[in-house]
Structure formats: structure tokens, C-alpha cells
Design a protein around this ligand. Structure first.
Ligand SMILES: Cc1cc2nc3c(=O)[nH]c(=O)nc-3n(C[C@H](O)[C@H](O)[C@H](O)COP(=O)(O)OP(=O)(O)OC[C@H]3O[C@@H](n4cnc5c(N)ncnc54)[C@H](O)[C@@H]3O)c2cc1C
Ligand SMILES: *[C@@H]1O[C@H](CO)[C@@H](O)[C@H](O)[C@H]1NC(C)=O
Ligand SMILES: *[C@@H]1O[C@H](CO)[C@@H](O)[C@H](O)[C@H]1NC(C)=O
Ligand SMILES: *[C@@H]1O[C@H](CO)[C@@H](O)[C@H](O)[C@H]1NC(C)=O
Ligand SMILES: *[C@@H]1O[C@H](CO)[C@@H](O)[C@H](O)[C@H]1NC(C)=O
Length: 635
């Protein structure tokens, strides 16, 4: 089953350079000829942040290699109301997991952005932050400097928060504390200006289930709230790494971005007895090139491809490298391990005709009207994204006896598992499960009946025990895999201690259903359940079977280049994001996150990239001072 929108949009593939943009059209050979200080692999969410901050110093030459195309002027990327439309297109790597035994051997679709901006170009616009203890766990796992309080400046640095008007704040139930947000960063965040028809009932429905309205940016994110979005409020377009960290700075003569360029491996050589990154090998327009980096190579290829590229470059577990016919340069046992994905199920209900806001976009006449309104007034259907969220603590859907039963099932005793286990606690005010309602049929799991409209209840587990891995495949017929071969993604959903995730999802499913049954949402919007269908009288839905049959990914994988300052036997990079065992090589992206947080990830990935850029710049300045015979405080 592959998850995409019902209507597959047609994508314009060619690279379009908007009028007046100073985008230099480099070729592969021109790029390869530049004597870079830093090469960033992957012009995605994190990669463009790092490249921007480094190239702010005119003495630093920065090159970015991005496999995808520039979609900056493509409306399926920049139009909020077309949320989800780019999933499954050429802007998506369209990965797939290997067969998952507990899920009936299903392979799950794994969407990842393949465009300038990476996943920030195709994501669902939600801007948020995890809980204080989520980041404090990162620090406790051997990473000083990554606790919540140290991270707050980096959560703010990427953001310019646009306050809503007082009347909007009242009318649309917007809870915010301005001082918890950034005010000068590149990414614009704002609330919607046009609301889906169910929004007015959402908060009261959750309040009736005992879940309070809360602001979520101060280090505690549970409660019911209205989503903030990464949208430019002036013309209601996507605000993401390509539009904010690249386009306005593309005039910089020391900031070079090459799109449609596929990195094959990092070149690693022994220099003075140390394995050292010297540059990368990449293909562009059918030819292969080498580009050199005097200072460092930074991998920002994301949770799937950063570990893949490390393995292809000879850094990883010898078992996988030998099988692939790749020479081992550094035995790094955690590369590709520690994969933690977010698990999601969706249910569908018939809803009131007037409430649905997406169907009109499928009607050419109404779409034309919506486009007119969008371009003239920057309002209307094409600005609407999902905004109705609740992060709900365990005690709302698990009784204390059962929580203890589930705790008893956890067998892992490693530090990371203990951090996850500490959150499986009946008394803790942590949003362990996310619930969302959107008055749209966002997944093609049912065949819509003519004249009927549908809404979707989402449920997403925040602190999974399920832990898998991503590795390159074995050599086939003596031929080693390359970066063009998708790596083998095995999230091991619900396997091992992950069985606790299954039982947690099953219980929460009943709470999700109770949201749809509660007023005022039920009385005003929601009719009968159609997926899974209402049970026959006197019977009950088999929720366990439902969860096994219909669990999907909600696209938040982390951990495959996990950060641990405690050494190569604990993680892949240290607390400064330097790859253990290799000089001049870092990883800066979602793959370094050692343990899941309760939040959508983009705000945190931007923060990781801002912090990573600061650490790289600090080292750069230090080396310069030392070369001039001066002292430097750092390390
Ligand atoms: C469909 C979807 C919806 C989401 N919704 C939300 C949301 O609403 N809110 C939220 O906070 N988060 C959301 N997320 C998650 C969030 O967007 C990601 O966690 C985050 O953007 C990941 O950033 P990254 O820098 O780690 O990787 P990416 O942004 O994916 O960047 C990796 C880049 O590397 C490039 N690359 C990979 N391999 C190579 C290679 N060999 N050579 C050259 N380039 C390469 C890729 O093309 C890509 O551009 C969503 C994700 C998806 C996929
Ligand atoms: C929206 O505004 C931004 C910032 O001014 C601009 O770069 C972009 O081109 C605009 N997009 C559209 C579709 O008008
Ligand atoms: C834009 O807004 C004005 C004022 O509300 C309204 O009169 C006009 O019809 C709108 N235009 C479009 C195209 O929706
Ligand atoms: C707690 O929940 C479990 C799982 O649903 C159930 O079997 C059990 O009867 C419940 N116990 C109490 C005391 O409600
Ligand atoms: C659950 O959390 C509470 C409060 O933080 C703590 O006192 C208690 O010991 C925890 N329970 C378990 C089983 O860890």
C-alpha cells in the first residue's frame, strides 16, 4: 500500500529559474573545479541551514550537492492548501521498507523529500517543539550541550514568529507566548487566515474529554491546541530551507548549490595515520566528478541516506560492508542502527457536506476560483493546512494497571530504552500520543461514495520502543550497491520491545474513536465511521488486527547516525557531530537524534543545523587562530 493523495498531481520536471533570480547555472565540472572549504551533501532541511551560516563568512567557500530538483516555483511545493500533493511525485524518493512481519509482511511507503529543501519542501507545515525532558534525554545519553535549556536559543534562531491579531487569537483559539519564539530568523511561522470548517469545534471536544487547552512552546507540549505553520504570511507560501536559507542568498559568490547532483560516496584517505575526509564523488548529467573540501565534508542527506553514504564510503559495521564488497576503513558498529520511526494509523468518518474543504480543489471551476482568491487576497482554500492537534498523556487511554503490565514487557536495559521506559508512566504529563482531525479524505483507504464527504482522525505514537536499522544491501553477482540502490529499510515495527507500541496503539485507538463520538464535533460534523467500518451490533472492532493491518509511517525517522559523546561503541557521531573515527567529517541532520522526541521534527532539525553550524564555525575560527600562532579556548 502506498500512501499518497487521491489525485496524483502532474509535476513539472524542468528546472525553472524565476525571473530576476540570481541563480547561477553551474555545471558539474564547474562545481568540481571550485576549491571548497566545506562541501555539504544534501541541500535539504539541515544542509541549506549549515551552508547558509558558513557562507555568511565571505572567506569560507561552500558547495552544496543536492540530488533533487529546484522546486521553488512549483505550486505543489509552495501552496499550503496543496499539502501532501508532492508526496509520491518526483520530489519524493519514494522509499519503501522491507517486509514487516508483524504487519502481515506489508512493505510501507517511506516518503522523503528529493528537492532543494529536502523534506522541508514537501512536509505538512507543522511547526512545533518537543518537551524539556525529551532533549534532556539527549544530553543524558552522553551529549553535553544538547539539553533543553541549551537548545532554546537554537529553537528560536531559525524562526520569525508572526503574532496573530488579538481578534484572530480569540476567534480561533490561538494560545501562544511570543517570548518562546524567535523574532529574527529566516523561517516565517504564522497561524492560518482561513480555517477548516471543523476547527471551531475541536478544542471544546477535547476539553469535554478532559484535555485542556495549552500553549506548547515552553518545554511542555501536551494539551489541545491550534497548529502553527511554516508559512510566509505575506503571500501565504511555504517558508522552508530553500526559500529562506538559499534563494535570498544565492547572490553570494562563495555559496554554490548544484541540483540534480547525486553524491556516490565521501572520499576518505589515510592522512598522517588518520582516516580523513577529503571530498566527495558525485554524478551530474551522466558524468562522474570529484569535488574537494579543504576543511570538512558535512553529510546532511537525512536519516535514510546519511548512513547509506557512510557505509558506501567504508564507515560502518564490517558485516554489512563485507557483504556489500566495500573495503572497511572504519569499523563503526552503530552506523544505520538505532532507527526509530513514528507509527501512525488513520480512521475515516462521514462528515457534514459543508465542512469539507479539500474536495473543491478537485473541481476545476472551484479550483480556478480558489486560485484567484489565493493570488489576489492570499486567503481561501489554498491556504488551509491541518491545524487541529492534541498531544495526550497516557492516562487518558491506558489505566495504571495496564501501564505497569506494559512496563513489565520491556526487556531492554540499555540507556536509551530506559529513557523511553521512563516516559511510560501513568502520572507523567507528556503527550505520548498525538491526535489530529482534518475534514478531508487524506488517504486512499476507502472508495468514496458519490455525494459523501469524509474526515480523518490521525493517531501517532510519539515515544516508540520499536527499533530497526537501515543498511546497504549485499553485492549482487559481485557488483557492490551504489547510492542509486535504495538501502534496505527495516524499522522492525512492533518487534521486540516494540510489542509495547502495538498494545499502546490498540488502546489509544479507542480514545481516537471517542474524539469522533464527542460533542460538539460529533453533533456538528461527524457521522458514522467508515474506516474501519462500524462493527455489527453486539460485536466490537478488532483493534489489534486493525492496527497490524493499517499501521503506516508518519515520516519522522531518526537515529541512524546517532549522537553519543561516549565513543564509537555508543554512537556514530560525537556531541559536536563529528563522525567517530574519521577526521573532517560531520553529520548534521535528523539522523543524529539519539532518541525520539514528542513532536513533529522540522523545528528541531532546524535547531540541530543552527547548532551544528555554530560548532563548525567555532572550529574553523580556532584553526585559523592556531595557524597564526594564537591560542584558542576550544578543545
Ligand atoms: C511527507 C512528510 C511530511 C512531514 N510533515 C512534517 C510536518 O508537518 N512538520 C514537521 O515538523 N515535520 C514534518 N516532517 C518531517 C520533517 O520534514 C523532517 O524530519 C526533516 O525535514 C528532515 O530533515 P533532514 O535535513 O534530516 O533531511 P531532508 O530534509 O530530507 O534532507 C536530505 C536531503 O539530502 C538529499 N540527498 C539524499 N541523498 C543524497 C545524495 N546521495 N546525493 C545528494 N543529495 C542527497 C535529499 O534529496 C534531501 O534533499 C514531514 C516529513 C515528510 C516526508
Ligand atoms: C512569496 O514571497 C516571497 C518573499 O517575498 C517571494 O520570494 C516568493 O517568490 C513569493 N511567492 C509567490 C508565489 O508569490
Ligand atoms: C478579495 O477580498 C475582497 C475584500 O474582502 C473581496 O471583495 C474580493 O472578492 C476578494 N477577491 C477574490 C478574488 O476572492
Ligand atoms: C485496564 O486496561 C486493560 C486493557 O484494556 C483491561 O484489560 C483491564 O480490564 C483494565 N483494568 C481496569 C482496572 O480497568
Ligand atoms: C512515574 O513518575 C513519577 C513522577 O515523576 C515518579 O515518582 C515515579 O517513580 C514514576 N514511576 C515509575 C514506575 O517509574
Amino acid at each position: 500500500m502506498y500512501i499518497s493523495k487521491l489525485v496524483a498531481p502532474i509535476v513539472t520536471l524542468f528546472l525553472y529559474l524565476g525571473e530576476g533570480n540570481v541563480v547561477e547555472a553551474l555545471t558539474g565540472s564547474q562545481f568540481a573545479a571550485i576549491p571548497f572549504d566545506y562541501i555539504i551533501v544534501g541541500g535539504g532541511t539541515a544542509g541549506l541551514v549549515v551552508a547558509n551560516r558558513l557562507s555568511a563568512n565571505p572567506h569560507i567557500k561552500v558547495g552544496v550537492l543536492e540530488a533533487g530538483a529546484d522546486g521553488l516555483d512549483d505550486d505543489i511545493i509552495y501552496t499550503p492548501g496543496k499539502v501532501g500533493w508532492a508526496v509520491g511525485t518526483s520530489y519524493d524518493w519514494n522509499f519503501e521498507t522491507i517486509e514487516q512481519p508483524v504487519l502481515g509482511d506489508r512493505k510501507l511507503g517511506w516518503s522523503r523529500g528529493k528537492a532543494l529543501g529536502g523534506s522541508s519542501a514537501i512536509n505538512f507545515y507543522v511547526w512545533m517543539r518537543g518537551n524539556k525532558i525529551d532533549y534532556d534525554s539527549w544530553s543524558a545519553l552522553g551529549n553535553p550541550g544538547w539539553d533543553y535549556n541549551s537548545m532554546v536559543p537554537y529553537f528560536k534562531k531559525p524562526e520569525t514568529f508572526h503574532e496573530p491579531s488579538p481578534s484572530d487569537a480569540t476567534n480561533f483559539k490561538l494560545d501562544f507566548v511570543t517570548s518562546d519564539h524567535g523574532s529574527t530568523g529566516p523561517i516565517n511561522t504564522c497561524y492560518s487566515n482561513t480555517w477548516n470548517g471543523a476547527h471551531q469545534y475541536w478544542h471544546d471536544t477535547l476539553i469535554n474529554l478532559g484535555v485542556p487547552r495549552r500553549d506548547t512552546f515552553g518545554g511542555s507540549n501536551w494539551g489541545v491546541w491550534t497548529g502553527l505553520t511554516s508559512v510566509n504570511p505575506v503571500n501565504r507560501t511555504r517558508s522552508y530551507s530553500a526559500s529562506e536559507y538559499w534563494r535570498p542568498y544565492s547572490y553570494r559568490t562563495n555559496f554554490h548549490v548544484l541540483t540534480n547532483a547525486m553524491v556516490k560516496k565521501v572520499n576518505i584517505q589515510s592522512v598522517g595515520g588518520h582516516q580523513t575526509a577529503t571530498g566527495v564523488e558525485f554524478t551530474w548529467g551522466g558524468n562522474t566528478y570529484t569535488a574537494n573540501a579543504a576543511a570538512e565534508v558535512v553529510l546532511s542527506a537525512g536519516t535514510v541516506q546519511s548512513p547509506q553514504l557512510l557505509e558506501l564510503s567504508g564507515v560502518g559495521n564490517p558485516t554489512y560492508l563485507n557483504a556489500a564488497g566495500i573495503t572497511v576503513k572504519v569499523n563503526s558498529p552503530h552506523v544505520g542502527e538505532n532507527l526509530q520511526d513514528r507509527i501512525m494509523t488513520v480512521m475515516m468518518y462521514e462528515i457534514d457536506d459543508e465542512i469539507s474543504n479539500q474536495d473543491p480543489l478537485k473541481d476545476p471551476v472551484e479550483l480556478a476560483d480558489a486560485l484567484d482568491e489565493y493570488h489576489t487576497n492570499h486567503t481561501g482554500l489554498l491556504t488551509v493546512t491541518p491545524t487541529d492537534f492534541a498531544y495526550v498523556p497516557l492516562r487518558y487511554y491506558l489505566n495504571s494497571t495496564y501501564v505497569n503490565t506494559l512496563r513489565g514487557m520491556v526487556t531492554g536495559t540499555d540507556d536509551r530504552t530506559l529513557h523511553i521506559k521512563s516516559k511510560l508512566n501513568h502520572t507523567k504529563d507528556l503527550g505520548s500520543m498525538e491526535f489530529v482531525f482534518d475534514p478531508n479524505l487524506l488517504f486512499p483507504l476507502i472508495t468514496p461514495e458519490p455525494g459523501k464527504k469524509y474526515g480523518t482522525v490521525f493517531q501517532m505514537l510519539q515515544y516508540p520502543f520499536s527499533t530497526g536499522n537501515i543498511h546497504i544491501g549485499p553485492a549482487v553477482g559481485g557488483i557492490s550497491p551504489t547510492a542509486d540502490d535504495h538501502p534496505l529499510i527495516d524499522p522492525k515495527y512492533y518487534e521486540g520491545d516494540g510489542i509495547v507500541d502495538l498494545y499502546t496503539m490498540v488502546e489509544a485507538q479507542k480514545f481516537a474513536d471517542s474524539i469522533a463520538r464527542e460533542n460538539p464535533l460529533n453533533a456538528n460534523v461527524i457521522g458514522q465511521r467508515v474506516f474501519p467500518p462500524e462493527p455489527a451490533p453486539g460485536t466490537e472492532t478488532d483493534w489489534e488486527q486493525f492496527v497490524k493491518d493499517f499501521t503506516i509511517s508518519d515520516w519522522h525517522p531518526i537515529g541512524t547516525c546517532a549522537m553519543s559523546g561516549l565513543g564509537i561503541n555508543k554512537g556514530v557521531v560525537d556531541e559536536k557531530l563529528r563522525v567517530h573515527g574519521v577526521k573532517k567529517l560531520r553529520v548534521v541532520d535528523a539522523s543524529i537524534i539519539p532518541v525520539q522526541i514528542s513532536s513533529h521534527l522540522q523545528g528541531t532539525v532546524y535547531a540541530i543545523a543552527e547548532k551544528g553550524a555554530d560548532m563548525i564555525l567555532e572550529d574553523f575560527q580556532c584553526k585559523r587562530r592556531r595557524r597564526r600562532g594564537r591560542r584558542c579556548r576550544h578543545h
